[in-house]
Design a protein. Structure first.
Length: 307
């Protein structure tokens, strides 16, 4: 029996980078949280404490900030691709890099009925995400981009049913033909990089907004028989809209709203007053996949299963 070093990676987590474009009086803001992770032959650092191959996490941080200026930071996907490719291409021991990014959106403050040039109000909606993996060198190099969002909180007050489910001795849930449906949606979609083409010329912003719009439209307009059905229809609509997406993975907590019992007060409750239950929550997860899509390779892989 021998005890050996397993998979490992290292990097600087959660670099909170705010990039301002101030070339004109109308400033632009990009507010992101960037995590880097480098993979390669870093065994000596663990086994003997030899740092010869280790590019410090501090250097990774400095590079992430510097690239926000040097290479620009507008769309998070190409920024992540450039940063990941730099670590793999220019830092000898690095064979793979994964960059995870969250973006916090700001909207312009409105002053005297007009959008302000340099004052912003944080948007309370979803957080945009990206996970970029670059591996290998030269002609063997592969790049993966997963776009996404989390915390997109959606609620509809009708147009949702849940009945006809399997019942056993422990089933107490009443069927319903009219309920509130609410979730805080997480979605991640995988780009087919050959079809994206030049990342610098691709419309990352338009695609992001288009996916979000489609997801919201399906949630609103589909008369839902279960959150499972809603997820599938959302994913299908997104893949139909964008042929360069291979798959979409979604995680949807079912934020239960239970009708509150007002009968002790002699009141009827015709789907008007609910208790918004915090936990436990149903957790519905589904992926929707194009069956001829290229294999995912390491696009989703998190080394060592580290969270
Ligand atoms: O949309 C739903 N899907 C379920 O699987 C489920 N289970 C449950 O108790 N409520 C719901 N709602």
């Amino acid at each position: 029996m021998a005890i050996v070093l397993g998979e490992h990676q290292y990097g600087k987590a959660e670099n909170r980078i705010v990039r301002i474009y101030r070339d004109s009086p109308r400033h632009e803001i990009h507010d992101v949280n960037v995590s880097t992770a480098l993979r390669g032959a870093f065994d000596p650092a663990h086994l003997t404490g030899d740092q010869g191959a280790v590019l410090p996490t501090d250097t990774q941080k400095q590079t992430a900030y510097s690239y926000a200026k040097e290479k620009g930071l507008t769309s998070i996907e190409p920024y992540g691709l450039t940063l990941a490719a730099h670590f793999v291409d220019d830092v000898e021991p690095v064979t793979g890099a994964r960059i995870e990014i969250e973006e916090y959106e700001w909207e312009r403050a409105v002053v005297d009925g007009a959008e302000h040039d340099h004052t912003f109000v944080r948007k309370g909606q979803e957080v945009r995400t990206a996970a970029i993996t670059v591996e290998g060198v030269g002609a063997d190099q592969t790049s993966h981009v997963i776009g996404g969002f989390k915390d997109l909180v959606l609620l509809k007050t009708t147009g949702s049913e849940f009945h006809g489910f399997l019942e056993d001795p422990y089933t107490v849930l009443e069927p319903t033909s009219d309920r509130i449906m609410a979730t805080s949606l997480v979605a991640k979609w995988r780009f087919v990089m050959d079809e994206v083409g030049d990342p610098a010329a691709f419309d990352w912003e338009g695609v992001y907004l288009g996916i979000k719009r489609t997801v919201i439209e399906v949630f609103a307009t589909l008369h839902s028989l279960a959150l499972q059905q809603t997820l599938y229809e959302m994913g299908k609509a997104v893949l139909e809209q964008y042929p360069f997406l291979a798959e979409i993975r979604m995680s949807a907590p079912n934020k239960h709203h239970f009708l509150y019992d007002l009968s002790p007060f002699g009141l009827t409750n015709d789907n008007e007053v609910f208790n918004a239950d915090d936990r436990p929550y149903g957790l519905i997860q589904a992926s929707v996949v194009r069956d001829d899509a290229p294999a995912a390779g390491s696009a989703w892989t998190i080394a060592g299963g580290f969270a």
